[in-house]
Design a protein around this ligand. Structure first.
Ligand SMILES: C[S@@+](CC[C@H](N)C(=O)[O-])C[C@H]1O[C@@H](n2cnc3c(N)ncnc32)[C@H](O)[C@@H]1O
Length: 247
């Protein structure tokens, strides 16, 4: 349910931004190289980019600095407050909307060159709806590039490295926050589900990337935080990335 996700992000935003200190960079999440290394977006100068689940929009700002026309959408008022301040400090012009990315009603059909999302789609309770909306707003042959939790990362205990959960148990999942006092909700999908949802929503999948998290990447602000310990990252990939194209 979107309500509980929103409630979590309104509560967690300040602490999250303070703790991670995410640099202005097009990142893909923990244990992953950034766009400078992966080169999934191509030349973005002059391109219309929609960032869904933009959070603090550190990626969107980096894109705007490269000449893209960026729009950011997020559910959380607190995250958007942070994003607007950061965009202002960086002297870039980004259009922001508050909303649920399962319904991109603010965005015209066939209007975007790229839809991008870093590490947000694991919070979405109905990816089918979201992917169909992304397809609607993209121009023909437009790119949909996103990263999210690797489903295998959720199958073990990060301290003991022992398996705790079946890979096939997808759907709503409650995580305990590191301070043990709070819980938050994510939705897991295994890799074939994600691939098939994209195909059923009108995309061709061009690339699936499972970054090798045994290495430490420059500018990875999550390395060593929470479950992203070097020991765990050596065995379990935290991030998976998809590059898809609207047919
Ligand atoms: C881990 S943060 C990632 C933020 C940003 N993309 C980044 O890379 O730093 C996840 C973000 O997704 C947003 N989010 C979760 N579910 C959403 C939904 N259904 N619609 C819009 N935003 C959502 C949250 O509010 C939060 O800002």
């Amino acid at each position: 349910m979107t309500k509980e996700v929103k409630k979590w992000w309104e509560y967690a935003s300040k602490g999250y931004q303070k703790e991670c200190k995410i640099p202005i960079d097009i990142h893909y999440g923990p244990g992953s190289p950034n766009e400078k290394n992966l080169k999934l977006l191509g030349n973005i100068k002059g391109k219309k980019i929609l960032e869904i689940g933009c959070g603090g929009t550190q990626c969107g700002i980096a894109m705007a600095k490269q000449g893209a026309k960026v729009t950011g959408i997020d559910l959380s008022q607190e995250q958007l407050k942070f994003a607007k301040n950061l965009a202002e400090k960086n002297k870039v012009n980004i259009k922001f909307y508050q909303g649920d990315i399962k319904n991109l009603k603010q965005i015209k059909s066939n209007s975007q060159d790229i839809v991008f999302s870093a590490f947000a789609l694991q919070y979405v309770d109905n990816l089918d709806k979201c992917f169909k909306e992304v397809n609607r707003v993209l121009k023909k042959k437009g790119l949909f590039v996103f990263s999210l939790d690797h489903p295998f990362f959720k199958t073990a205990d990060s301290k003991t490295l022992k398996l705790k959960r079946s890979y096939f148990k997808t759907g709503r999942w409650t995580e305990t926050f590191s301070d043990k006092t709070k819980k938050f909700v994510v939705y897991t999908h295994n890799i074939s589900e994600l691939h098939n949802l994209l195909v059923d929503s009108g995309f061709i999948v061009e690339k699936v990337i499972e970054p090798d998290s045994r290495k430490r990447y420059k500018k990875d602000p999550w390395y060593g935080l929470w479950d992203y310990t070097p020991k765990y990252l050596k065995m379990f990939p935290p991030t998976i990335i998809f590059k898809a194209k609207k047919i």
